[in-house]
Design a protein around this ligand. Structure first.
Ligand SMILES: [Zn+2]
Length: 372
């Protein structure tokens, strides 16, 4: 499933990072992968199909070391322009998936767009452009039906421009400090680095392997811990999504996440993309809802005397408090039962109208789920 918004790591706990490397494999990828494994780190390598063809054994070695091999297209095009011009966007991804599968026996699960290029931009005033909430690339890839097991676009949170360091000839130890300082400034998330380059002139100047040998101990010294991409909440939740819906209480606009309101679920999205919820099937007829912020809709703690309990999009795993079940009410309407036999309902609070779980089916506990 391809989402309109970027998958980031900004909901990781402070002090937790995930290492990602793009544009490889390159000449030092194998030794880099081995070093990371010795350090107990599972990194993600977003490879280019073109480079996989030239360096198959490196990709096999990464997989054998337990690293995740992600898809970064075959030839590194800007995907928005390619889609607009009717180019073969689907082929760019399929080709790389097939190559990686041939080499490792496993298809890449995660995808990162070259340059992070995913949505069109529009004029928002003189000299000001704004990113549209919708992605024509996501629509094209989802419509193909050929990449339903791939999840993207995985973006990043921490970038210290390693490629710029190599262009300027910055020594690897200094580049490592730049990256560690930036990780400390941002606090947590996905670190963007490159184990090779799309640009043949830059490839021989790449120092990312020696930089990583300085960076890992430096981050450890500063108290950081490392997780794999599949442990990053927004990436983990995205991998479970099978379909997307707009969720609306009867007579209300679609619901969205009030990021300013502590991730409460509130009516009235700013734009359609911010109102898409992902359906994550669980066992039986149960499911969890992945909210537009990438986290699971979660029912807060309550005791039996509470008439209603808090609901927020702040769950990082799909456990009992994320478990939901539909009850059909007819005419396309549903009640949504939560754990403890409560029901989702839109209620008026001092802070405004928001989603809660109520002890019985109340006024606004009738929902529609329209395909998005
Ligand atoms: Zn790239």
């Amino acid at each position: 499933m391809f989402f309109h918004e970027d998958i980031k790591g900004d909901r990781l706990p402070i002090g937790t990072v995930c290492l990602t490397y793009d544009d490889g494999p390159g000449p030092h990828t194998q030794v880099l992968g081995r070093f990371l494994r010795e350090q107990g780190i599972r990194a993600t390598f977003f490879v280019l199909g073109r480079h996989v063809e030239a360096c198959r054994e490196s990709v096999a070695a990464l997989h054998a070391c337990g690293h995740l091999v992600g898809n970064h297209t075959y030839s590194h095009p800007g995907l928005v322009a390619l889609t607009e011009s009717g180019g073969d966007v689907v082929g760019e991804l399929v080709r790389t998936n097939v190559l990686v599968h041939q080499v490792t026996g496993a298809s890449p699960r995660y995808f990162r767009a070259p340059y992070g290029n995913w949505r069109q931009v529009e004029e928002a005033g003189p000299g000001i452009t704004r990113d549209r909430g919708e992605s024509i690339v996501a629509d094209r890839l989802n419509a193909s039906g050929r990449l339903s097991a791939v999840v993207g676009p995985v973006n990043w949170d921490i970038v210290a421009e390693d490629w710029e360091c190599w262009r300027l000839g910055v020594p690897p130890d200094e580049a490592a400090h730049r990256h560690a300082d930036e990780a400390e400034r941002v606090g947590r998330g996905l670190i963007l680095m490159h184990d090779s380059s799309e640009d043949p002139d830059m490839r021989p100047r790449n120092q990312t392997y020696p930089m990583t040998r300085y960076l890992v101990p430096e981050l450890k010294r500063r108290g950081f811990r490392f997780v794999g991409l599949d442990e990053v909440p927004q990436a983990f939740s995205a991998a479970g999504v099978r379909s997307m819906v707009y969720l609306a209480a009867e007579g209300e606009p679609s619901l969205t996440v009030g990021v300013e309101a502590g991730d409460a679920i509130i009516p009235g999205p700013a734009d359609a993309a911010a109102a898409r919820f992902g359906i994550v099937p669980l066992d039986g007829d149960d499911f969890a809802l992945r909210a537009p912020n990438g986290l699971f809709l979660t029912v807060g703690d309550y005791n039996d005397l509470d008439l209603q309990s808090k609901v927020a999009a702040d769950g990082t795993a799909a456990g009992p408090r994320q478990r939901l079940r539909l009850e059909f009410l007819g005419r396309g309407r549903h009640a949504i039962r939560t754990h403890g036999d409560r029901y989702l309902a839109l209620v008026d609070t001092e802070a405004g109208r928001r989603l809660a779980a109520t002890a019985r089916r109340a006024g606004r506990s009738c929902f529609t789920l329209a395909p998005a």
